[in-house]
Design a protein around this ligand. Sequence first.
Ligand code: AMP
Ligand code: ZN
Ligand code: FE
Length: 284
Amino acid sequence: MIDLQLHTTDSDGTWTWLRVAEACVSAGLKAFAITDHDTIYRRDEILAWGKGRDLLAIPGLELSTRENGQPVHLLGYFFDGPLGPLEEKLVFLRKGRVVRNGLIIGKLQKLGYNVSEEEVKSLVGQGSFGRPHIAQLLVQKGIVHSLREAFGRFLSSRGAAYVPKEEVPLREGIDLLHGAGAVAVVAHPGLLKRTPGELETSFDEWRGWGLDGIEAIYPGYSNEQRIFFQRMASKFDFLMTGGSDFHGDNKPSIRIGVGSGDLHVPDHLITPLLDRRDQILKAV
Ligand code: AMP
Ligand code: ZN
Ligand code: FE
């Protein structure tokens, strides 16, 4: 088993990357990837930690992109070379998050709630922070009872304090990842607000942009979705990946490796990913 989508305290997870890595060993995984939002800050530590072990520790990220007016999360894996222009783009995205957090806090204050940017900052360390941290603050201050309520009332795109975040056009994101020696995979395509027909059209176009793969295995996919994404992968020659999207206590029903219990991402998916990485590195 492998797990190629895991979040840590460097973005919106509640476990440190080291705790996640150790849990992957305990779970008997053959490979795992740490994929925090818009940051690859731990790349060297993860590579060093993985040296000489019999499981593959992959540094990754989940890049915030946009396509056809909708957010699309783009997973990047390996990052063996210099990051190149991606590095600057990640700084831009994280600065955008800080500005956005301030705007969200401003809206909450206007609505009459006693919250401050300093309080959000005190909850977070280095990395990239956003709405889940503001949600946590709202729970701590007793303004809402749950993270769910915080999103429902204030932070979701229909919420009273919503502010959109900076995103990179998908096509540019794919190029940035390739330029950094990474394989580019669309995360949880089953969560996109597109019909199967629309998805098929998008996949066709994205393949032309150089997209390498799709996250075909993900918690909560229906049987139809699983079959559909497999068919799309063979039709467009996409690599297939899978991950639990583990976030620690921020998604308490999801466990490393097994998702909500029945996730199974087979080991053999790793080989074609590594082959693609080699091709990308040759082209950089
Ligand atoms: P951000 O990157 O700041 O826009 O936050 C996005 C993150 O917020 C996602 O990765 C989820 O972890 C979390 N999130 C988004 N929508 C909801 C929701 N309705 N309920 C709980 N968490 C959510
Ligand atoms: Zn997340
Ligand atoms: Fe995502």
